[in-house]
Design a protein around this ligand. Sequence first.
Ligand code: SAM
Length: 224
Amino acid sequence: MNGKLYIVATPIGNLEDITYRAVRILSEVDYILAEDTRVTGVLLARYEIQTPQKRYDAHASEKTHDMVLEDLAAGKKIALVSDAGTPCISDPGVLLVKKVREAGLSIEAIPGVSAITTAFSIAGIEGNQFIFRGFIPHKKGRETFFKAITEDVEIPHMFYESVHRIEKTLESLAEHLDETRTVTVARELTKMHEEVVQGTPEEVRDHYKNNPTTVRGEFVVIVS
Ligand code: SAM
């Protein structure tokens, strides 16, 4: 029996950003584990994929993990997707992958889009290196986070930010960082309102203050 868990990257906006292989695997597996079945349903409908879905999110229970392990051991092929981009990159799936590895079962990556690599590819930041910091801590650890990026000037820092906190974060960056630093904000990548705003910490903060209608969507922030 050759069961296998496929970790499948899906688009971060534009539904055309998916590989031929991902479409084939999503069509062929026994079922798809999806973070939100409605979100993934839109993608499946676009490619006329009929595969059934089951929910797998950040709150997945022990029972769900056991079910997946049993199905893999019984020879089933299962795909894991998140709402957007690559699963396990600031998204659910890490625990499942860990358990599947520990059980000695097969896992295969079906690579594709991630917001982090997409943003870096159009930021024009030299040096071929970055530190990916995931999401900024909300409360505890927030000050330490800003202190760390203030002190560590060698390698660009990249992180994800949500629409609810982007203004607060840009304000904190303007407070902590001097004008020798560059802040890049990549918003709504691959979508209709994709834009990149780049400047000193104060310039970028002021840009969003002066253009409040653009404080919408999803953001990747780079401090270089
Ligand atoms: N696993 C995903 C990936 O590989 O990109 C990331 C998931 S994380 C829960 C969601 C965050 O990714 C958003 O809050 C935003 O910071 C970033 N993101 C996702 N899609 C984006 C887009 N189209 N444009 C800019 N940032 C995006």
